[in-house]
Design a protein around this ligand. Structure first.
Ligand SMILES: [Fe+2]
Length: 290
């Protein structure tokens, strides 16, 4: 049985969705500073999972999200750590570069996490439902019914459709994470947004990382893919000091992933092509994209 938490926002202020902090405290601190500068209250921030992964500071990112009391769902990495599993649960092909490197960063994160951290992570729900004025939002990690499902902008509509059952008929917007590259697209009449990741660039050849902003105005929801600039050199250095995989330290510097194994052909072809910040709108009851 999936654990679901529900929220209700009556006023027009923005909501922010972000995910994939990946133990990158430098990116997380820069993001929180940006949110403070924009006067976004912490109860309007939602994390799409994978707080822990490749980078140097698993304990610090847990401390930050706990101190700020930010709502999060479980990513597969947190789920595996809480359940004391031996791998990250990404289901990488055995012997692939992602598989080999994940053994290193997963063990590093797992070794640093203590009982108290695990108790805190286990309070995260599997899904979050948000009533945002006249719209209903569902936040999930990979997909609504599969935590480690990789879905990309180029994935076939059927791949998305089979993750949406009748119980989600009232949902207008599905927001997911896990895949590491942000996108927005419509699946039937639902808007599907992937937050991208805050802790690792999107294989677009830039150091930027990504998050999502929603604003409400009348019956219109404005959505925006936004990028973050942070001190990636400092984080890369911390990863090297901690003997974490060089390939991911380099990825922070180059903006390019060490392996493209999980990507469909279309996303592989977009390697090193800078992603543009994107704005669109959804009209509730009469949905339209701009
Ligand atoms: Fe994940």
């Amino acid at each position: 049985m999936k654990k679901i938490r529900s929220f209700n926002f009556e006023n027009h202020k923005k909501l922010i969705f972000f995910g994939g902090v990946y133990s990158n405290a430098e990116a997380f601190k820069a993001f929180l500073e940006l949110m403070d500068n924009e006067e976004v209250s912490m109860d309007r921030l939602f994390h799409s999972g994978d707080l822990l992964a490749y980078c140097s500071s698993p304990k610090e990112v847990i401390q930050l999200i706990k101190e700020r009391d930010i709502n999060s769902i479980l990513g597969n990495v947190e789920q595996q750590i809480v359940q004391e599993k031996s791998d990250c649960g990404c289901n990488f092909n055995e012997g692939s570069l992602c598989d080999t490197l994940s053994n290193q960063w997963y063990q590093f994160a797992k070794n640093q996490i203590d009982k108290k951290d695990k108790e805190y992570l286990s309070t995260f729900s599997d899904l979050i439902k948000i009533r945002y004025h006249q719209s209903n939002i569902l936040l999930c990690h990979g997909s609504p019914n599969q935590i480690s499902k990789y879905l990309f902008n180029s994935s076939r509509p059927e791949e998305f459709e089979k993750t949406i059952d009748q119980s989600l008929s009232d949902i207008d917007i599905i927001i997911s994470g896990h895949s590491g590259i942000p996108f927005c697209r419509f699946i039937n009449e639902k808007l599907w947004i992937n937050t991208g990741a805050l802790g690792m660039p999107a294989n677009d050849g830039t150091n930027r990382t990504w998050f999502v902003e929603l604003n409400q105005e009348g019956t219109t929801i404005h959505y925006q893919l936004r990028s973050l600039i942070y001190d990636f050199e400092k984080e890369a250095e911390l990863m090297r000091q901690n003997q974490l995989p060089e390939q991911y330290a380099k990825a922070l510097e180059t903006g390019l992933w060490p392996s493209l194994d999980i990507l469909p052909e279309k996303e592989k072809d977009q390697t090193a092509i800078p992603i543009k910040e994107f704005k669109g709108k959804l009209i509730i009851n009469n949905k339209d994209q701009q």
